[in-house]
Design a protein around this ligand. Structure first.
Ligand SMILES: [Mg+2]
Length: 395
């Protein structure tokens, strides 16, 4: 079945977030700056019209644009609002691929029946409901592949800009089958998503300027000059989806930490402390991804680069370091050899599973909850005061 894919893109996102909380900024020329007020990363339409360029260094333009309000960025706020937008998108379909903080691909294939209306009407609903529920304006490109959906959303933005329009109609752009060839003729290949400077230069040498010139090349030529990516891009431009909307978060198979000691070591207590610090970092990572481990491995590397390792399967999956310290101490006791000089220790968590689906184990230790709470408090303290704020005493 043909795919129907939409790209939803928030307009002037960081500025829009600021305006939600500071309505006095509406209608004014506003820019949001990157880290440490480095350069412009988001502009209101008013600032765009005055000629402020994306990426312009603040120190170079602040005197030139005295009427523009420059704001320091507030990433946590933008992340929170982004989450609200993405959550709302998931009300329409579970097939949402979050592409960046302000963009997501949606696979709408087959939803015409569910919503009992055309795909265009579905995306108009999306535009209206996102605005109503989050206060954020979005543009949507609608077509048959990610590459064409991205192109369509660029077109929507161009129309809003050139025609100074702001209505729902202007926020949605559809590239249907009959328009594909016309759009490709009007679009430079360098304006296509994923086509970089080097590729553009190479194509120019062969007199390929527009997206239409590109799809006119035969597959053998494309494969020879650009590899499989070239052939895939041609298909996507012709409206055949090769690169599907991927809503599954890719989870790691294992998480590990290791680091060389500042000086070679023969002291078991020192190595134990380093190991515990790695265990903590790995568990913190596991918690941030809502994962548990049910198999851990410890590595010891000697001065002469010999590696010793030992694995242990856990009785019940966990992401709580206080449940792992004992295991690790026992393993280290077995592995450590008096008189041997070591250069590093490492810790790896494997057999990862979701920590959200709670498994009740008969062997669950009684103080599990206490240990869990202790770990969470540790994360919070580090968030507030920085890494290394809590040091473990002797266990
Ligand atoms: Mg955007």
């Amino acid at each position: 079945m043909k795919k129907v894919i939409a790209l939803v893109d928030c307009n002037n996102f960081f500025v829009a977030c600021e305006r939600l909380y500071r309505p006095e900024l509406v209608g004014k020329a506003v820019c949001v700056l990157s880290n440490n007020d480095g350069c412009v990363v988001s502009r209101s339409n008013e600032a765009k019209r005055l000629g402020v360029q994306m990426g312009a260094p603040y120190f170079m333009i602040k005197n030139q644009f005295k009427n523009v309000i420059f704001l320091s960025g507030n990433l946590p706020l933008y992340c929170e609002i982004s989450l609200r937008v993405m959550q709302k998108l998931k009300d329409f379909t579970p097939d949402v691929e979050i592409y960046s903080i302000d963009e997501a691909f949606l696979d709408l294939t087959g939803l015409r029946k569910t919503f009992n209306c055309s795909y265009e009407e579905i995306v108009k609903k999306i535009v209206i409901e996102i605005k109503e529920e989050t206060g954020i304006d979005v543009s949507v490109g609608l077509s048959y592949s990610k590459v064409l959906a991205k192109l369509a959303s660029d077109k929507a933005k161009n129309i809003q800009k050139s025609q100074k329009r702001d209505d729902v109609e202007s926020r949605v752009y559809k590239i249907g089958y009959r328009q594909i060839q016309k759009e490709l003729k009007e679009t430079l290949i360098s304006d296509i998503w994923g086509v970089g400077k080097n590729t553009t230069a190479l194509l120019k040498k062969h007199l390929i300027q527009t997206a239409h010139d590109f799809v006119s090349q035969d597959d053998i030529w494309l494969k020879k000059n650009l590899g499989k990516i070239g052939v895939d891009l041609k298909q996507e431009l012709l409206g055949n989806s090769i690169n599907p909307v991927n809503s599954k978060d890719v989870l790691p198979k294992s998480i590990s930490r290791s680091e060389s000691f500042k000086e070679f070591q023969t002291d078991k207590n020192y190595i134990q402390e380093e190991l515990n610090s790695h265990v903590h970092k790995v568990c913190k990572k596991l918690r941030s991804l809502d994962l548990n481990t049910s198999c851990v491995e410890i590595f010891l590397r000697t001065k002469d680069f010999q590696v010793f390792s030992q694995k242990v399967n856990l009785v019940s999956p966990t992401n709580v370091e206080f449940e792992l310290f004992d295991y690790c101490k026992k393993i280290l006791d077995e592995m450590f050899q008096q008189g041997v000089v070591y250069r590093s220790v490492g810790f790896c968590a494997m057999k990862l599973t979701s920590s959200k689906t709670k498994q009740i184990s008969l062997f669950e230790p009684k103080d599990k909850e206490n240990k869990q709470n202790l770990s969470l408090s540790w994360d919070k303290l580090e968030e507030k005061f920085g890494k290394g704020i809590v040091k473990l005493g002797k266990l």
